[in-house]
Write a protein that binds this ligand. Sequence first.
Ligand SMILES: *[C@@H]1O[C@H](CO)[C@@H](O)[C@H](O)[C@H]1NC(C)=O
Ligand SMILES: *[C@@H]1O[C@H](CO)[C@@H](O)[C@H](O)[C@H]1NC(C)=O
Ligand SMILES: *[C@@H]1O[C@H](CO)[C@@H](O)[C@H](O)[C@H]1NC(C)=O
Ligand SMILES: *[C@@H]1O[C@H](CO)[C@@H](O)[C@H](O)[C@H]1NC(C)=O
Ligand SMILES: *[C@@H]1O[C@H](CO)[C@@H](O)[C@H](O)[C@H]1NC(C)=O
Ligand SMILES: *[C@@H]1O[C@H](CO)[C@@H](O)[C@H](O)[C@H]1NC(C)=O
Length: 665
Amino acid sequence: MDGSVAALLFSLVVLFSDSGSSQTYVLSDEGGLGRVLDGIGGLSGGGATSRLLVNYAEPFRSRILDYLFKPNFGASLHILKVEIGGDAQTTDGTEPSHMHYENDQDYFRGYEWWLMKEAKKRNPNITLIGLPWAFPGWVGHGKNWPYDFPDITATYVVNWILGAKQYHDLDIQYVGIWNERSYDVKYIKLLRYTLDKSGLEAVGIVASDNLWEPIALSVLLDAELGGAVDVIGAHYPGTTTVTDALKTHKKLWSSEDYSTFNDEVGGGCWARILNQNYVNGHMTATISWNLVASYYEDLPFSRDGLMTANEPWSGNYVVESPIWITAHTSQFTQPGWTYLQTVGHLVQGGSYVALTDGKGNLTVVIETMTHDHSVCIRPPLPAFNVTSQNATFQLQGSFASIKELQVWRSQFNFKTNKPSFFEKLTPLKLLDGSFTLNLAADEVYTFTTVTSGRKGSFPDPPPSARFPKVYKDDFDVRNPEFSEAPDFADQTGVFEYYVNLTDAGPHVFTFRQVLTQRPVTWATDADQTVSVIGDYQWRNLTVTCDVFMEDVKTGGVFVAARVDKGGQSVRGAKGVFFWVFADGSYKVTSDLAGQTVLAEGKSGTRAYVWFTLSLSVTGQSAAGLLNGHPLWSTAVVPTPKSGWAAIGTRSFQLAQFDNFAVAAQ
Ligand SMILES: *[C@@H]1O[C@H](CO)[C@@H](O)[C@H](O)[C@H]1NC(C)=O
Ligand SMILES: *[C@@H]1O[C@H](CO)[C@@H](O)[C@H](O)[C@H]1NC(C)=O
Ligand SMILES: *[C@@H]1O[C@H](CO)[C@@H](O)[C@H](O)[C@H]1NC(C)=O
Ligand SMILES: *[C@@H]1O[C@H](CO)[C@@H](O)[C@H](O)[C@H]1NC(C)=O
Ligand SMILES: *[C@@H]1O[C@H](CO)[C@@H](O)[C@H](O)[C@H]1NC(C)=O
Ligand SMILES: *[C@@H]1O[C@H](CO)[C@@H](O)[C@H](O)[C@H]1NC(C)=O
């Protein structure tokens, strides 16, 4: 053996014994405590992300809600944030406003009221937050801007909070400004003033649901603004904050985060975010976009929710890994608990946080996530290679005498693809207030004195199934709790149940597009209104619907098949669109914008008369019937090959629909 080999062996031994040792991490309250936890939350909206949830039959709907909100069961969320519907497209659809028109107020539209009540039923302590993405057109006086008349905007938002209390007994605790758009200092101050004047002093303001800056600097420079703002809320902060935000001494929140496909990898991203938002960024609340993926899978940001529930027709839902990752923190802490100052990174990668209720309880959450940072929407760290490591946690201060800790573990095991989530292990006995762990990569552990943790479960839901090929809705049978017909997903405009009591005939109960003005938009809404429904794979089908135009001059309505785009891309939707107009003409186009005309001619259609449209598309041909008589047939462009069925109007105008039916092959 020559000298260099001996030296090499020696260094290997040193390395081995080095890595065989254990790093010690002290957990103590002796030097004081850190910030107070405000909680972990989910966001319904921004937009229409819970659209399909409401149409689940019982008991499945209640089970989904239990996985989200029931304490000591699943995600056991501390916070529910909802969109204040503004009638415009806000990512996966539109949500209706409580004031479509200036002289209109209705606090029973959409499903967010219902969702907040269901959450509250399960967890009376849940924190409720509202935030507008868009506003009805009248709020901006026709301009795509909500701050020219800040008093109108403030009154509009405060009405929503008052309506929540008056009609649903819901206390909204926080309200935001304008999601991911500019804020206006004058408006924020006026909102504070309007809240106070309305007896809502307890409602806090979150600003500005965008980046840390410039709001942090504005708050530092303007004492009155600082007095108005309670929380600096940043979106997708990548677990870090900025000096100005810390200098404000305000609560710092990741008021929207995650937005990642909810397979196991998504759960891993969420685990790292939940710990490191505090460790790196001093954030005391983290809110997932979105709460539950209850929108059609082919809309943008498919399955970016804590769980998936997008098949009300089958009853199938999937409890995904982020539910259990949430439980690791949410079941063993409550808003009002305090982080210890002793939190941080593990030497070989990963992080740990510890929280206390101030009465002797301790919860420690450890994560060693490494897997493919690139899939997380904001990689919080450069690709750091987490390796297996021994870690010793030494409990000191109030926690020195703790004798036993409950242990919960998740293992991602990306390679073997045999993950296990939120498993209860044998409680750990502590000798001298310390315990040593052998941590592998991609694990999450909770060690806690809290004994109430529970992994809730229900029998398996029904198997997944495609949207039924034969579907009918005459809009006569309604769930009185909801303003919208099942499974219609509005992409521009708002479609609501309507009752015409003066109608003697068959159209007392109809479905109506109710917007008469373009909203103050958040996305690029179409100039037409459109609501999609069905199976994105539909190719050969017949769509039939009775239509009623209410605009004598510019009336125009359509039924469509193979509609291929929604969400923020709705303007570019293609498909086969069969339009009739109040001027007595018809048109067939291959786009929602109505630019590419496949056929056109006279129809004799007019406003205030019901007509029945029927559109059949098979392969590369299509045909249309008016009141049962053939009106046209034509070749259609070969793309898109498939898409949803849809109804809509040529502009923001009133129109009604009845006896909708689809028969797909
Ligand atoms: C952890 O400690 C055990 C001995 O308790 C040792 O065998 C192992 O090599 C250590 N692992 C690491 C990664 O240091
Ligand atoms: C709500 O909070 C109170 C006070 O912190 C607590 O006593 C109660 O157990 C909580 N209720 C639930 C359902 O968590
Ligand atoms: C921990 O919390 C429970 C209630 O969750 C309480 O009964 C107990 O006294 C607390 N303190 C300790 C040290 O466990
Ligand atoms: C992590 O490992 C990969 C290859 O496995 C390597 O390319 C990369 O440089 C490593 N990163 C760090 C920060 O060590
Ligand atoms: C309601 O029904 C009556 C009678 O059919 C009809 O004249 C009227 O136009 C309808 N109004 C609306 C808004 O549908
Ligand atoms: C649609 O119809 C065309 C023409 O009849 C046929 O070739 C094709 O297989 C059908 N596709 C489906 C999915 O039914």
